[in-house]
Design a protein around this ligand. Structure first.
Ligand code: MF3
Ligand code: CO
Ligand code: CO
Length: 295
């Protein structure tokens, strides 16, 4: 493809985002060095960039999120209910001095989201019994010392069929590819673009209604991180940004239905849906996952 360069006029707004004229700002400089990125991103996008001490707090919450997922994984088998998973997660979170963010969040009644098969996300734990061959996404968000970390994985229950294996593999790779775009200078659009391109190339579809999000000081902060979109669009990534990437990928069509409980999102065509989520920090060199696990 031809490389297209856009010319910035002397009197145009500076591309560094300073809201000054290009000629009064970065023109002639070899690199863009915005004066006060933290203030700029706060003002322009309501994005709260994280300081090293904040990152450490989110990293600790992230470690607890991963430990919780590991514990749940060890308990998953045919015959347990989704509420059993909730109990395990709830108790473990409290035992570790943290609070489960989902509990009572905008009326959500449980401590963890448990989304089986055609449930895309926000499944409410209850009496549903896990069956051999199911896939189940567990999404945990502990608040530890005031810091939030958000992570999820999709597990197999018993022995998966070929459709289950496919959708879980594509969802996993979608997150991996999305994370690989996280680099200062790239944009939020680059992340969604690469995910959509990959998932659709495998004949799957990407959910539009739910997106990744800033996280750390709160459960859901700006910016929104769509898992679809166009290369080069959206906000420029800068060091100190912390957000989730959490593509929900369907085996069939992208459309969804929300159940009467106002939370549970299922695929309209009842096809399988899978999701993986990590909390990602933009660094000077690229990225660091604050909820790191192998993809
Ligand atoms: N953890 C979900 C996310 O990834 C949000 C769940 S909201 C809840 O953003 F209320 F259902 F917990
Ligand atoms: Co999230
Ligand atoms: Co989550």
């Amino acid at each position: 493809m031809k490389n297209k360069t856009v010319k910035v006029g002397r009197n145009d707004p500076c591309p560094c985002g300073s809201e000054r004229k290009y000629k009064k700002c970065c023109l002639g400089r070899s690199t863009f060095k915005p004066k006060n990125l933290k203030a700029l991103y706060a003002k322009k996008y309501k994005i709260k960039l994280k300081q090293p001490k904040d990152v450490e707090g989110i990293r600790q919450a992230g470690r607890l999120a991963l430990d919780t997922l590991d514990l749940i994984e060890s308990e998953i088998r045919p015959g347990i209910t989704t509420d059993d998973i909730n109990s395990v997660a709830h108790k473990f979170t409290l035992k570790n001095g943290a609070i489960p963010a989902p509990l009572n969040y905008r009326g959500f009644p449980k401590s963890v989201c448990v989304s089986v098969n055609e449930i895309i996300c926000h499944g409410i734990p209850g009496e549903r019994i896990l069956q051999d061959g199911d896939i189940v996404n567990i999404d945990v968000t502990p608040i530890l010392n005031g810091y939030y970390a958000d992570a999820s994985k999709t597990f197999f229950v018993g022995k998966p069929g070929s459709e289950a294996q496919k959708i879980v593999r594509v969802a996993r790779n979608s997150l991996s590819r999305g994370i690989s775009m996280v680099n200062p200078g790239n944009t939020i659009g680059d992340i969604g673009w690469v995910i959509q391109k990959y998932a659709e190339s495998k004949g799957c579809s990407v959910v539009r209604e739910f997106v990744g999000h800033g996280v750390g000081f709160d459960f859901h902060e700006p910016p929104q991180v769509p898992h679809f979109g166009r290369k080069g669009e959206g906000i420029k990534l800068v060091p100190g940004m912390v957000f989730t990437i959490e593509p929900m990928v369907n085996l069939g069509e992208k459309d969804l239905v929300i159940l009467d409980d106002q939370w549970t999102a299922i695929t309209k065509d009842r096809s399988l849906s899978a999701q993986f989520e990590q909390t990602i920090l933009v660094t000077e060199q690229g990225f660091e996952s604050l909820t790191p696990y192998d993809l």
